[in-house]
Write a protein that binds this ligand. Structure first.
Ligand code: ADP
Ligand code: ADP
Ligand code: ZN
Length: 217
């Protein structure tokens, strides 16, 4: 299964993507996670990406496309993949089409998670991430069992630098301007599945398994 999950910042893409990867055995490819990993390791890519991320801006297309292209040729993507946070511009989407065409592959579904603006802000600002394994929590909606500590690995939880309210607001603007046009792009191709992301995590998951199929093939 070859999938894209899209939606504004804080919509719940990463949360649902982790569940999809587990159930349908596809690698979860998150460009945001790749940038954050590079940033943590202090690589040149990480330092470059940080300039944009902390301002709430998109990393330039050339950089992102190259990363995704390199990732999709890795062996584990042969059986399928789930792209989370990519593509984010029409230029990225056409670059992806080209890459897939060369590999003789096609997307199966694009899941589009829709959530109201006030909710997005509340979700992103309350998000906490594990500094060790990257697991995501929410201070109100998806609490860890011990405050500030990861359930999975006991790592310390922090707020992402770009999850401060003013940066979240900027990221939502950038989404509306640069990423929202992809909804039409993929609906014209007959690939779009609209998901109501306003609901609770389990209810959103129900809608997604309704689209992807309840058995895990
Ligand atoms: P969110 O899940 O909140 O939408 P991500 O973790 O996907 O955020 O992305 C964090 C930041 O990483 C983005 O605000 C942007 O700066 C950068 N980024 C991630 N994916 C892309 C992409 N496909 N194109 C450009 N920038 C990206
Ligand atoms: P995205 O990857 O789209 O930026 P995340 O999956 O990281 O979004 O979710 C943003 C925040 O909202 C996280 O703190 C997450 O625990 C929480 N969250 C995700 N889905 C829901 C939901 N359906 N209801 C309430 N909170 C949610
Ligand atoms: Zn952890």
């Amino acid at each position: 299964m070859r999938l894209v999950i899209m939606g504004p910042p804080g919509a719940g893409k990463g949360t649902q993507a982790a569940m999809i990867a587990e159930k349908y055995f596809v690698p979860h490819v998150s460009t945001g996670d790749i940038f954050r990993k590079n940033l943590k390791e202090g690589t040149p890519l990480g330092l470059k990406a940080k300039e944009y991320m902390n301002k709430g801006l998109l990393v330039p297309d050339e950089i992102v496309v190259e990363i995704v292209r390199d990732r999709l040729v890795e062996g584990d993507c042969k059986k399928g993949f789930l792209l989370d946070g990519f593509p984010r511009t029409v230029a990225q989407a056409s670059a992806l089409d080209e890459v897939l065409q060369k590999m003789d592959m096609k997307l199966d579904h694009v899941l589009n998670i829709d959530v109201r603006k006030e909710t997005l802000i509340e979700r992103a600002v309350g998000r906490r991430v594990c500094t060790v394994c990257g697991a995501t929590y929410h201070v109100k909606y998806n609490c860890p069992s011990r405050v500030g500590i990861c359930d999975v690995c006991d790592g310390k939880l922090i707020q992402r630098e770009d999850d401060r309210e003013e940066t979240v607001v900027k990221r939502i603007e950038v989404y509306l301007e640069q990423t929202q046009p992809l909804i039409k792009y993929y609906s014209d191709k007959g690939l779009l599945a609209d998901i109501d992301g306003q609901k609770e995590i389990e209810e959103v998951w129900e809608q997604i398994t309704g689209v992807l199929g309840r058995d895990n093939k």
